[in-house]
Write a protein that binds this ligand. Structure first.
Ligand code: ZN
Length: 202
């Protein structure tokens, strides 16, 4: 099982971190050991002083495919979830400054929180609203209407390089409002008003 993540897929988020708007999807990966399931807490890693939340909509690939054309991409995913792409922002800033890969900042244990899945057919894919609260206060409010690269574009693009397999996950990027967490914080993710995800920082 592979976990793909998309960087800078919402313009307002790209701007808040002083990054240019990409012209092609920015892809990175996390290993399966990054998954944090079943509402388990996140233990603050000792290698970072600036752990950030990034709430994202996650696609689950439903059948194998490669070199998928955009017009057929919708046939390859049927369920979506919410996820948090935990990021050691201090380490990422150091790696970016040196032009080095991001794995140490992005792919560490428990860095990929994942909720239960819901059928995509329940939603209007073009405008799915989702939200993250921290200690009850809204910090990230997103809608797929603001995606730079659509779900279909992402599936098609990734499949030009990697064979997609049933069960692979795609974290589709975070809207603006990313920020630091501290021990004791409670993060809650809502998909169209339904609370799907809770993560306590311990
Ligand atoms: Zn992210």
């Amino acid at each position: 099982m592979k976990i793909f993540c998309i960087g800078r897929n919402y313009a307002e988020h790209a701007k808040e971190l002083n990054n240019a708007i990409p012209t092609k999807p920015l892809i990175f990966m996390k290993p399966p050991t990054a998954l944090l399931l079943d509402g388990k807490p996140m233990f603050y890693p000792d290698f970072t002083q600036n752990l950030h939340h990034e709430l994202e909509i996650v696609l689950k690939i439903s059948k194998n495919g490669k070199a998928i054309q955009p017009e057929f991409a919708h046939r390859y995913y049927e369920n979506i979830a919410l996820g948090i792409d935990f990021t050691a922002r201090d380490i990422q800033d150091q790696l970016k400054a040196k032009g080095q890969p991001w794995e140490l900042a992005k792919a560490f244990d428990n860095s990929a929180v994942l909720s239960d899945f819901r059928p995509l057919s329940n939603f209007d894919t073009a405008a799915i609203k989702f939200q993250l609260t921290k200690n009850g206060e809204a910090v990230q409010i997103g809608t797929t209407a603001d995606l730079i690269f659509s779900f279909d574009t992402l599936v098609s693009y990734i499949s030009q390089f990697f064979t997609l397999q049933q069960g692979d996950l795609i974290y589709t990027g975070t809207p603006a409002g990313v920020g630091p967490v501290k021990v004791g914080d409670i993060l809650e993710g809502y998909l169209e008003g339904e609370k799907l995800l809770t993560c306590e920082i311990k």
